[in-house]
Design a binder for this molecule. Structure first.
Ligand code: ATP
Length: 769
């Protein structure tokens, strides 16, 4: 339940606030409050110290002034090493040092030609390695900037959507489920707020937060500061408002960040195996080179010649640049995926994408456009109305037997539309929807009937919010003119859920008892609409939640996205199975899946309840044949992923809600929605689809396969050049022939054979040519 501290002090009257501000106004200094001190003080004192207005927020000019003083809400990346030093550090490689030594020896022996050639060769080898490493670093840096954190902040009385870096101390920030806390906040309103602080404390259990001040001295450790939301933590549940007390390095996360900077990013499995391969090859090459030098020396060849040949061979044969090439290739590939609107957060995922063979995808918004429009209304007393027009506007009509229904001209139809408006959290303003598309479609329906004002005529007294687990939403509301009354419950949701709360039905304003025949009729209508691919919502209202009166059904279309059908076709033909996991009913899900070419003859569907009843083994026997999982909720996704992994599949799973996070973590490739996805979900994911489009997954998989193959080919190429050089010199030496190549020739061949292919490989991946 909502919690605000202390009632009067937290939400001060404007006059009171103005007074407190004048008392503590100090034009020059806006302090940053340590979270410990802020947690001990009452909110109004914190606001006073920070010269902030809790509900109105800061003014834009004040924000600029504070930014000039405190800087941006971000972390300073540590001083970069100058380029010349990075370049010189390439010379520390022992092989390069050996080559340098042989150049010096050549000078001493007055073989100036050799000395010059070796030096030029060294410079080229070192420059190529330097350019590769520099590019790899830059691309990795770019990756970090791809998903800038955002936040909701109140400024000059308006809620604004900003980049988190724009926050300054004293800003008022609103938090909701799934969001990342953008700065250290002293909370002043909190409703059922619980926060995952594992990024800060390592504690995985979410920690519940309130607004009450902590007793002084009792909050030594940050985990005990229960009225502070720390930067970088994640809101698991509830809503809250807080005032920014610390930004950037002045936040508690600043300390952790400094530690993180010292940590190197872990290597990908491919990088690790390349490191190992490089080491093994070096060992063998050194062995062979040692033997060549020894034999050459025994044959009476010049020792310096054998030494320079040995060192040149080592430079040519040892693939010391291999791990770097792999990193550059992966990083540049990832940047290329960004252009295709897929953000891959971790390099290893590029490899995993290359071997992915099952994609489990949401329906709404990923396969379909998530642009809902009501096309049919069926009332509990058996009337069918058709609805025309598309989009979130009032253009279109509701037609009953060819006649227009307007306002309350037909009570059965109007009651459904009225319930859809009252039990609704969304708004349409200037033809723009603010809220959920399913609810927007209901408001657009009301606009077509001239009933959109109904939403404002009621005051909400109680609310049961919608969740994908529950699949229904209900409110208890009273008309503004009857505020003394208890009010009426209005419910909307999946038919199977809503009907369970009903004991009667509405027939032209009368409430009649619900019998088996009626239920059967509604069930038939629901299936009929679903089979046509419509999303079906049922409506009910009444004085008691357990004994509501059924009002009717509404069917809305959500057209498939363009290009998805082709993408599905291509994936299936390249051996990647595509499965739909949706909260919608079987009829709707199967109909859309058939339209997209997913569900064909022999395909099967399974409900969330059936998934619940099976154990993992039973599900894994069946899972390869199932194409559609209907009436499924986030918790089923985890079981589906596990069952698929049990049979050896490499699974990509999409998700957007807070509860999807576990399944995304468990999947080999967790895919979050960039637009509709919550921060929690993006956090857990390995890849983010910028435009929520299914086709992007296909592009990413294609890209991953391409990158993987390129790396494999490059390794083969490198090996073959090394083996060729080693074999040639070994055979010549063993057979006591004069050396076919001298040191410089070996080095030059190496430069020509390895340098350009490595560069162009990265370049072709970058440009896509
Ligand atoms: P997915 O994106 O995985 O395909 P979905 O959008 O199909 O998920 P949900 O949003 O969980 O699934 O919806 C499941 C069912 O809940 C819908 O078929 C509908 O009947 C009902 N429903 C959807 N949105 C609302 C809402 N805002 N209020 C009440 N009921 C809803």
């Amino acid at each position: 339940m909502a919690d605000a501290e202390p009632d009067e002090a937290t939400l001060p009257t404007e006059a009171g606030l103005a007074e407190s501000l004048t008392h503590c106004e100090d034009e020059t200094m806006i302090p940053v409050l340590a979270s410990r001190r802020a947690s001990e003080l009452p909110v109004n004192e914190v606001a006073c110290l920070l010269q902030a207005e809790l509900q109105y927020g800061l003014t834009h000019s004040e924000v600029s002034r504070r930014r000039a003083y405190h800087g941006w809400n971000e972390f300073e990346i540590s001083e970069e090493e100058p380029l010349w030093r990075k370049y010189l550090s390439q010379f520390k490689d022992p092989l390069i040092l050996l080559l340098l030594a042989s150049a010096v020896i050549s000078i001493l022996m007055r073989q100036f030609d050799d000395a010059v050639s070796i030096t030029v060769a060294i410079i080229i080898v070192v420059t190529v390695a330097f350019v590769q490493e520099y590019r790899s670093e830059k691309s990795l840096e770019e990756l970090g900037k791809l998903v800038p954190p955002e936040c909701h902040c109140v400024r000059e009385g308006h809620l604004e959507h900003l980049l988190a870096r724009e926050l300054v101390p004293g800003d008022t920030v609103c938090l909701s489920v799934g969001e990342r806390v953008p700065a250290d906040l002293r909370l002043f309103e909190a409703a059922d707020l619980s926060v995952d602080e594992s990024s800060l404390t390592g504690e995985t259990a979410p920690c519940s937060k309130s607004t009450a001040p902590q007793p002084a001295g009792a909050n030594g450790h940050i985990t005990s500061r229960s009225n502070i939301a720390f930067m970088g933590t994640l809101v698991r549940c509830g809503k809250a408002k807080g005032i920014v007390i610390g930004t950037g390095e002045n936040s508690e996360f600043g300390e952790v960040f400094k530690m993180m900077q010292a940590e190197e990013a872990p290597k990908t499995p491919l990088q690790k195996s390349m490191d190992l391969l490089g080491k093994q090859l070096s060992l063998y090459s050194f062995g062979i080179i040692g033997v060549i030098m020894l034999v050459g020396w025994l044959q009476g060849k010049h020792l310096l010649d054998m030494f320079t040949i040995g060192v040149s061979l080592a430079v040519a044969a040892i693939p010391e640049g291999l791990p770097i090439v792999v990193t550059v290739t992966l990083a540049l590939g990832v940047m290329r995926m960004v252009k295709k609107r897929a953000i891959v957060k971790k390099l290893p995922i590029v490899e995993t994408l290359g071997c992915c063979n099952v994609i489990c995808t949401d329906k709404t918004g990923t396969l379909t456009k998530n642009e809902m429009t009501v096309t049919r209304v069926f009332s509990a007393d058996g009337l069918h109305a058709e609805v025309t027009g598309v989009g979130y506007n009032g253009v279109g009509e509701v037609l009953l037997d060819g006649e227009m229904v307007h306002s309350f001209s037909n009570s059965s139809i109007s009651k459904i539309v009225e319930a859809g408006c009252i039990c609704n959290d969304s708004l349409i303003r200037n033809n723009t929807l603010m809220g959920r598309p399913t609810e927007g479609a209901l408001i657009a329906l009301a606009m077509k009937m001239g009933l959109e004002g109904v939403q404002q005529e009621y005051i909400r007294r109680e609310e049961h919010p919608f969740s994908s687990e529950q699949k229904w939403m209900a409110v208890r509301s009273v008309h503004r003119t009857q505020q003394d009354k208890l009010g009426v419950y209005y419910m909307k949701g999946a038919y199977e859920q809503v009907i369970q709360f009903c004991s009667s039905y509405n027939s032209k304003g009368l409430t009649l008892p619900l019998n088996g025949q009626q239920r059967e009729l509604y069930q038939q209508q629901k299936s009929y609409m679903g089979t046509a691919g419509l999303r079906v919502l049922a409506f009910a209202s009444g004085a008691e939640l357990g004994a509501l009166s059924f009002l009717g059904l509404v069917g809305m279309i959500d057209p498939p996205r363009e290009g998805v059908k082709e993408a599905v076709g291509m994936l299936i033909s390249s051996g990647v199975a595509v499965k739909m996991v949706t909260g919608d009913s079987q009829e709707t899900a199967v109909s859309i899946a058939s339209r997209l070419g997913l569900y064909t003859k022999g395909s099967q569907s399974l409900s969330g309840d059936e998934v619940d009843q099976m154990d993992l083994l039973q599900l894994s026997h069946l899972v390869s044949r199932i194409v559609v999982f209907y009436r499924a909720s986030p918790r089923h996704k985890l079981k589906i992923v596990k069952a698929l992994q049990h049979i050896g599949a490499v699974v990509a799973m999409t998700g957007d809600g807070v509860n999807d996070a576990v399944a995304l973590k468990a999947a080999d490739i967790g895919v979050a929605m960039g637009q509709t996805g919550t921060d929690v979900c993006k956090e857990a994911a390995d890849m983010i689809l910028v435009d929520d489009d299914f086709q992007t997954i296909m592009s990413a998989i294609e890209e991953g396969k391409g990158i993987y193959n390129n790396i494999k080919n490059f390794v083969r190429f490198q090996l073959s050049t090394s083996i060729a050089a080693l074999t040639l010199i070994s055979l010549a030496t063993l057979m006591n022939f004069p050396n076919p190549l001298n040191a410089m020739q070996i080095l030059w061949i190496n430069i020509i054979m390895d340098g350009p292919p490595a560069q162009s490989l990265g370049w072709s991946l970058w440009t896509g040519t």
